[in-house]
Design a protein. Structure first.
Length: 195
């Protein structure tokens, strides 16, 4: 089984697209047709003030609050999304104009971005009460971000703040009891010659 473990030492700090803050990029699959673009991206942002979201046309976003009181997202069409509970994801198109309002102070959020039409992604938050064995599949890319606790693989261990990336892997990993993990399964829906 081939699984890559990434940790804080390998993550990259970078400014928000709109210049309003800084995000920590955990991992990205680059866009072969764009030097600065991506097809898939995972990041964590520290949000200190209310304000507009960056626009990402053609990108599907999934966002959840890691810690903090949360925020309200007001969309240009008059709809709104309330993120007032940690680890409850919401999904929305990246081209949607959104104004965020913090509910009670700073927060950190986890952000999954996927190029629409190229990949499809499912995000789940797992809280196993007992040890949970997960089968790695060769037909999809699987990523596991450890919020708390630990994950064991045959040759390494991932702890809080680590990310496991399994691409075309087979085998098993074990989520230890009491662990909280953000699990992401990504399927390619259109063939890309350079990926």
């Amino acid at each position: 089984m081939s699984v890559i473990k990434l940790g804080p030492e390998s993550y990259r700090q970078m400014p928000w697209k709109n210049g309003g803050g800084v995000t920590t990029e955990l991992w990205r699959l680059p866009d072969p047709e764009s030097a600065d673009g991506f097809l898939i991206r995972l990041s964590i942002a520290s949000v200190a003030t209310s304000g507009p979201f960056s626009l990402f046309p053609g990108i599907d976003r999934t966002l959840l609050v890691l810690d903090g009181a949360g925020m309200r997202l007001d969309c240009a069409d008059g709809s709104a999304m309330l993120l007032d509970k940690p680890l409850h994801p919401v999904r929305f198109p990246g081209e949607t104009a959104i104004e965020s309002t913090l509910l009670n102070g700073p927060l950190r959020d986890f952000n999954l971005m996927v190029r629409r039409g190229e990949f499809d992604a499912e995000l789940d938050v797992l809280h196993p009460a007992t040890d949970l064995t997960v089968l790695m599949r060769q037909d999809m890319r699987q990523l596991y971000y450890v919020v708390t606790g630990k994950i064991d693989t045959p040759d390494r261990q991932a702890v809080s703040g680590d990310l496991l990336v399994a691409d075309s892997a087979s085998g098993e990993i074990c989520l230890r009891a009491g662990t909280t993990v953000i699990a992401i399964a990504i399927r390619q829906v259109r063939h890309l010659h350079s990926v």
